[in-house]
Design a protein around this ligand. Structure first.
Ligand SMILES: C[S@@+](CC[C@H](N)C(=O)[O-])C[C@H]1O[C@@H](n2cnc3c(N)ncnc32)[C@H](O)[C@@H]1O
Length: 423
């Protein structure tokens, strides 16, 4: 594409608008495009990639810039990360800028401390150093600086994966079956899937392969009673519904009316009829309590720091802190306790987060198990193997972008051994 001064200005304005991070970057980006309706599709794609690229490499870019202005960050990004030639920019930059950009050409991230190389804030490096080597922290950080692939889930109620793959290939879209999930497709590039007939007819949904694997871990059967405790916009409820062939009942609970509203059109497209969407005021809502001991499978996709999704949401680095993680830990423990109370004896619960911090993961689960000996852990690798998925990360499921090309996910599977006492 032809780079020009107005495109440079548009990226700078977008960065100036989004960088205060008063709102999540993806929402702020959508708002920016609504406010700039004249931008064409190619320009939008370039601007979005630049904004997210700058956020992903912000610590490095700020270290290069003498003054951290949106313009300096944008110019440094174009030269250092997009590999743009200074000649292409000559007519758009001052002599001082040209001199500075020439100087920074030879500067590499490995000349900086670990936090900058890994693109992690200091508080996060400090936490990671409690259980990871510096080399592993760097590997993780670098893997989260890359942009995430586009993963689709085929809605097996309405279509077969092979048919969808064939349709995409015929249209020249580079798509492959995902290595682990039986209903996943990984697409190269960023085609506008949300306008595709396969999407509009409910045959596909956008969903990271890691999220899909949580459904196979829970493995709900046809006719069962299932709760998706933190259903949000319902990506996982829809998957569970398809795995159950729309037979049985899924309660999709969430405290957020807005998120549950986003589930409604997806549910309509999906061809499913077994999802019951219910807003709850909190984890101890009466709607939850009256199901105590009655549920076969419970998914707890807990509210978490989201740090495992930094490829897609790089702004979370500045939106989270040690303090917010402490608050999340308390919420996670309370939600897990309330959700576990729903299980029938012999029932299965999957506790999942998209975080790689043990304090949001193993610590929450181990603390719960210590206080509730009527529950025990099931081995995630064995459960996946029963689903003909060969993926062994041990007792817990731990996915990472560098090893599995998914977002960073954690999951633990619990089962209830005792008979439930009446409330
Ligand atoms: C990680 S998101 C879930 C994403 C969703 N499962 C999906 O696949 O799209 C966590 C969700 O937990 C919800 N939440 C927060 N506190 C809750 C609570 N006390 N009870 C139930 N849901 C809660 C949030 O509103 C948010 O939608």
């Amino acid at each position: 594409m032809h780079f020009n001064p107005s495109l440079l200005d548009a990226v700078i304005v977008a960065i100036r608008t989004i960088l205060p991070l008063e709102y999540p970057a993806d929402a702020a980006m959508r708002r920016f495009f609504q406010d700039h309706p004249m931008l064409g599709a190619q320009d939008r794609a370039f601007i979005a990639e630049a904004v997210f690229g700058i956020l992903r490499h912000r610590f490095f870019l700020e270290s290069l810039a003498k003054i951290e202005t949106p313009r300096a960050l944008t110019l440094a990004y174009l030269v250092k990360l997009q590999g743009m030639n200074l000649r292409e920019l000559t007519s758009m930059i001052s002599e001082t800028e040209a001199k500075w950009l020439a100087e920074i050409k030879a500067i590499k991230p490995d000349m900086f401390p670990l936090a900058i190389q890994a693109e992690f804030p200091a508080w996060l490096v400090e936490k990671l150093q409690c259980f990871m080597s510096d080399t592993d922290i760097l590997d993780l950080g670098i893997s989260l600086q890359k942009s995430a692939p586009l993963d689709l889930r085929v809605n097996t109620i309405l279509a077969k994966r092979d048919e969808v793959l064939e349709t995409l290939k015929q249209e020249g879209i580079d798509a492959q079956a995902t290595p682990y999930s039986h209903c996943g497709i990984r697409v190269a590039g960023k085609p506008a899937i949300n306008r595709h007939t396969l999407f509009l007819s409910g045959k596909i949904e956008v969903q990271d392969e890691g999220s899909q694997l949580l459904g196979y871990l829970l493995a709900p059967k046809r006719g069962e009673m299932v709760v998706d405790f933190c259903a949000g916009a319902g990506g996982k409820s829809l998957l569970l519904g398809a795995l159950m062939n729309s037979k049985g009942r899924i309660y999709a609970f969430d405290v957020s009316e807005k998120r549950l509203n986003n589930l409604k059109p997806r549910f309509k497209r999906s061809g499913l009829s077994n999802i019951h969407i219910q807003r709850i005021t909190n984890e101890n809502d009466i709607k939850v309590k009256r199901l105590a001991g009655k549920i076969d499978r419970v998914l707890v996709d807990a509210p978490c720091s989201g740090l495992g999704t930094l490829r897609r949401n790089p702004d979370l680095k500045w939106r989270q802190s040690s303090q917010s993680i402490n608050e999340l830990k308390a919420k996670q423990a309370a939600i897990l306790a309330a959700a576990a109370n729903l299980l029938k004896p012999g029932g299965r619960l999957v506790y999942a987060t998209c975080s790689f911090l043990p304090e949001e993961n193993q610590a929450v689960v181990n603390e719960f198990l210590a206080a509730n000996p009527q529950f025990s852990l099931l081995n995630c690798a064995e459960l996946l193997s029963q689903q003909k998925i060969s993926l062994d990360t041990g007792e817990f499921l731990q996915l990472s972008p560098q090893l599995h090309q998914t977002d960073g996910f954690f999951a633990a599977t619990l089962t209830r051994k005792d008979v439930v006492k009446a409330e």
